[in-house]
Design a protein around this ligand. Sequence first.
Ligand code: GTP
Ligand code: MG
Length: 351
Amino acid sequence: NQAQSGPQWERHTTELTNCIVAFLSPILPTEEEYRIKEATRRQLERLANRVSPGSKLLAFGSMANGFALRNSDMDLCCLIGKGPDGQPTTHHTASELVEILGQLIREETDFTVMPLPKARIPIIKINRSPTTDLPYEIACDIGFENRLALENTRLLLSYAMVDPTRLRTLVLFLKVWTKRRKLNSPYMGTLSSYGYTLLVLYFLTHVKKPAVLPNLQRLPPTRPMKPDEMELNGNNIYFYDDVATLRKEWSSQNTDNVGELLVDFFRYFSKEFSYARDVISLKSENGLIPKDGKTWNAELCIEDPFQAGYNVSRTVTKDGLYTIRGEFMRASRYLTNMRGQKISVLIAELC
Ligand code: GTP
Ligand code: MG
């Protein structure tokens, strides 16, 4: 292994950084893709309004948090409208709304519709194949009243604005890499994109010294907060969201480039993080809380930033974690021994 410091290492990681940026650039969404997806959102919102006047259909997940790749799924959340009396304009349950709106979308659009009214979180899955007019496949999940998802999307977006280049590049690269290495399938025992994003945030906020990001959930507010900005269904959803001020008043002392951070990320999660002992908890003082065997008995534990005690990585099985760690080690090895290799080739092999 070559020394991971000094001018040679710096040249390597600079080249690695440039290659990652070049690798990502052709797989980012185009303006046109955003336009088509926004038009689709509006079309669906009009239908939602026929079921419940005043409803809003809001994007969350990657289309709204700045971490989208080309052709990512669209996550939409329907917030039920309120009448002049302040009462909701429909009293149907989420499961019923899935059936009703699903039926309407089937009748009024050319989407293929699959309602999942019995899922833990009832959703409507819809998709449409690309046509010559609309050369994009659209896959979209529509849920109801999932305000926590809207809030954690806003949290991720705020982090993305504090350090616009390094965080976003790392998350996007990890998304491509985990998808290509088949590590991004919660239904198959591995971890969601949201889970990997939380790993990166934890790493940049709590592991790297000096930190690349501040802990937004622990910075004191600079303005009076309304009660509904502090709490949602018993969850503390406060975070510092005055990004404009933060960008003026806070700057990271950490000057590592994306290449160095990526190498470090893989090394940390290959051999430094204690999977058996610790729970990753972004909002906590130092990012970790001990596993206690009762609440936290899964293979990998990542606490949701807003839902205390809720494990975002509950889908990860023993085999899944074994595979993920094996891949972290492989990646760490590749990137550490990149002596004299053509780095664009290395990235292609890594993915
Ligand atoms: P891609 O779809 O792979 O592009 O990634 P994404 O950024 O959309 O992430 P993902 O599909 O994993 O999750 C989308 C959004 O769903 C996240 O931003 C969260 O708002 C929400 N979400 C996903 N999983 C969970 C979870 O386990 N708990 C909670 N509270 N929210 C989740
Ligand atoms: Mg998504």
